[in-house]
Design a protein around this ligand. Structure first.
Ligand code: ADP
Ligand code: MG
Length: 167
């Protein structure tokens, strides 16, 4: 919902709370329908990207901080997975940490399946090895076709975010 506005507000809040070290290019991506998405529903496009936080975080505290920011931007809990939302902040990777729990899975299991996750992560840390797949993020991202009509870089928003965060 209102993705440009919510992305700017959400990242400003995250920068205040923790500090953002780097951001990837922001991509406009076509919504992916899941098995429970009502047919014929026109889902609005998403803005997707990756960011690297400053310092080291505790995964549980970070998850709480991210949830607080989502809530501050008006996200309601208990909505179906396909429902439009103001903002979704997920923990994709934390170095070599592997955690599999009903409330937290790190690395994000969607990384090898979603180009809008793998590509921006590879921009930030191409040589970082995925601790489960034991492949670099560059290798994982390179498996997706190079031209993808479902995913387009949005440079004006990327630059606005970089300026806002002084990056
Ligand atoms: P999704 O991110 O899959 O669209 P939600 O944002 O609604 O869905 O997340 C639902 C729950 O996923 C959160 O309450 C959180 O506890 C859990 N979760 C599991 N792994 C992660 C992760 N790596 N980062 C953030 N949340 C996660
Ligand atoms: Mg989420």
């Amino acid at each position: 919902m209102n993705p440009e506005h919510n992305l700017l507000q959400g990242l400003a809040a995250l920068h205040d709370a923790i500090g953002i070290h780097a951001i990837s290019t922001v991509y406009r991506t076509r919504a992916v329908a899941g098995p429970d998405t009502p047919p014929d529903l026109r889902l609005p496009d998403f803005l997707n990207g990756a960011l690297q936080l400053q310092g080291e975080q505790d995964p549980w505290e970070l998850r709480d901080t991210l949830k607080q920011i989502e809530k501050k931007l008006g996200r309601q809990s208990g909505q179906p997975g396909w429902a439009p939302r103001p903002l979704d902040l997920d923990i994709a990777l934390m170095g070599t940490l592997c955690l599999e729990n009903e409330r937290l899975t790190i690395p994000d299991p969607d990384i090898p399946w979603r180009p809008f996750l793998a590509r921006p992560l590879a921009e930030l840390a191409p040589t970082l090895r995925h601790p489960v797949l034991n492949q670099t993020l560059h290798t994982i991202a390179a498996r997706f076709p190079p031209t993808d009509t479902e995913m387009a870089p949005v440079l004006p928003i990327t630059v606005r975010l970089q300026n806002m965060l002084s990056l």
